[in-house]
Design a protein around this ligand. Sequence first.
Ligand code: AMP
Length: 130
Amino acid sequence: MSSIFTKIINQEIPSYKIAEDNNYYAFLDINPNAKGHTLVIPKNEVDKIFDLDSETYAGLMQFAHKVAKALEKTIVCNRIGMTVVGLEVPHAHVHLIPINSVSDINFTSKKLKMQHDDFVKLAKEISSNF
Ligand code: AMP
């Protein structure tokens, strides 16, 4: 069965898209730790990030780098944090999170509540800086 992220790539379920190319896709996390929390994924579905072949892994990091620069341009923050968890969705992904303190990247901290329109507006802003 396809992962929820493969369904997003195939547009079977919606996402707040930031950017994509032939091999990678970036979109807003639906349950963000902080404003601008973005997920970057390879289109080829592999569960664990360190099981990606080295070319796909390097390409994912290059794509994440470009997304992080767009986030920096869009969101006032101390820096963009990057982390990998993968315990919830078995499709390799990198979390990019604009942070001001370590609690912004702590997944057990309270989540940010955002409305649909705010996600749409934010995704458009970040996308325009990509
Ligand atoms: P993890 O696999 O532990 O790295 O966490 C998966 C992340 O995916 C969580 O931060 C979820 O909020 C996020 N997530 C799950 N489903 C969706 C979705 N449909 N759209 C955007 N983000 C999602």
